[in-house]
Design a protein around this ligand. Structure first.
Ligand code: 5CA
Ligand code: ZN
Length: 408
């Protein structure tokens, strides 16, 4: 699928320290340690509605992971999917009387535009679920060869218990897993299943629904195997980061990891499972199903500078749950104005110590808010005419562009 294009960040002098990130799997902040290329898979959108500020927060968080790695001298291989066939998309298509493919293409195009505007580096491989169907079928067959697949009616299920490590991503007890599974697209109560948590790999064709002809018969993929297949095809096992919002830790990343670990007979699927917090609005998590959404494209159309939108996201730690407010965006707009005025000054404080502090904050599990405070401090001093280093304004501007993704 067509990706988008954002210029690669320019190298700034010096090297970032190793990036430490909270790993949901171990519950600890641990250094990432890419050997050569850092490999990252981040779950993409289900394109039945436009990009909201919750999506944007999640993708900006992983954009920061990529920028910090690159700043540390690591090449990055980044893969993202688009869930361009799934129940919510088909349900929306029926509800609004529109073709599901038309909706998916339109909303994916808008997502690309929004990501470009927010200066989010594009994935190297941007892959739709539909284009991954032949690959999904192949992986389901390899699970069948391992004897861990069974049919309920004509649908195929994965026995999650076949992975000894099942449960080691989200660390939930079984009753919690069953409850959350039911809330997030699972079917624990379906008669005929061997275990309530077994997950759908392949759904046989239903009347009035799209289906594809594969070695598994006519049908379409289950959700989790879509990401497993795409990640294995383009990244392989032992990737540095599997990322997404915290609502994906269970069941999505738990199931995906187990599928990969059984397919490859190797452990672990990912070194770090990294989860962004949920952005709320009107008292609830922003979600397409609830409809309490603030769209990136609407804010842009209202004339808000995309760099202010990005700054409004960076003002929160990526793991925190927070509520969007117009006030937060106004604060970010003011901050952007301050920074722009400061880098237009003839001189400022020497940049190097500030750059070091910003790098340290980011390397410490992406403390972006603290990094922004350091830039504020430099800016305020430059505005008062205290600094005398005439190279500093350009250096601080380059840092903002390259490391924070904020073009001044
Ligand atoms: N297509 C699947 C992943 S394979 C999916 O979850 N799509 S999504 O469109 O529902 O969400 C896309 C990404 O945005 C996911 O990483 C999800 O965790 C994240 N996300 C969704 N809502 C929010 C929110 N309110 N705040 C922060 N992140 C969110
Ligand atoms: Zn996914």
């Amino acid at each position: 699928m067509k990706s988008w294009s954002v210029p690669a960040p320019a190298k700034i002098p010096g090297l970032a320290p190793a990036l430490s990130l909270m790993d949901t799997g171990t519950g600890t902040i641990r250094p990432t340690d890419p050997q050569g290329t850092a490999r990252m898979y981040v779950c993409g959108i289900t394109p039945y509605d436009a990009t909201h500020m919750g999506h944007a927060a999640t993708y900006v968080a992983f954009d920061m992971v990529q920028r910090v790695w690159r700043d540390g001298g690591h090449p990055v291989l980044y893969v993202q999917n688009v869930t361009d066939i799934d129940d919510p998309l088909l349900e929306r298509a029926v509800a609004v009387g529109e073709d599901w493919q038309v909706i998916a293409e339109r909303e994916t195009a808008l997502f690309r535009e929004d990501m470009t505007a927010l200066n989010v580096l594009a994935p190297d491989h941007y892959i739709g679920a539909v284009e991954a169907i032949p690959s999904v079928a192949g992986y389901v067959q390899s699970l069948q060869e391992r004897g861990v697949v069974y049919a309920v009616d004509e649908d195929l299920y994965f026995s999650v218990g076949s992975d000894p490590a099942f449960g080691s991503v989200a660390h939930l007890d079984e009753s919690e897993m069953i409850r959350i599974f039911a809330e997030r697209g699972g079917d624990p109560d379906r008669p005929g299943k061997r275990h309530p948590l077994d997950c759908l790999l392949w759904q046989a064709a239903r009347p009035e629904e799209p289906s594809w002809d594969t070695a598994l018969g006519h049908g379409r993929p289950g959700w989790h195997i879509e990401c497993t297949a795409i990640a294995l095809d383009y990244l392989g096992m032992g990737i540095e980061v599997q990322g997404g919002g915290s609502d994906l830790a269970f069941p999505h990343h738990e199931m995906g990891a187990s599928e990969a670990q059984v397919i490859r007979e190797e452990y672990p699927y990912a070194q770090h499972y990294v989860h962004a917090g949920m952005v709320a609005w009107q008292g609830h998590k922003m979600s397409k199903s609830r409809g309490n959404l603030v769209f990136v494209s609407v804010l842009r159309a209202e004339g808000h500078d995309p760099m202010a939108i990005r700054l409004s996201l960076l003002a929160h730690h990526y793991r925190s749950n927070w509520s969007w407010t117009p006030h937060g965006l106004q604060g970010a707009t003011d901050r952007l104005g301050l920074w722009r005025s400061a880098v237009a000054c003839a001189a400022g404080d020497e940049a190097a110590p500030y750059i070091t502090r910003i790098r340290e904050h980011l390397a410490n599990d992406l403390q972006t808010a603290a990094a922004l405070d350091v830039m504020d401090a430099w800016s305020v001093k430059a505005m008062t005419g205290a600094g005398t280093d005439t190279d500093a304004p350009a250096q601080m501007s380059a840092l903002c562009d390259s490391l924070l993704g904020v073009r001044l």
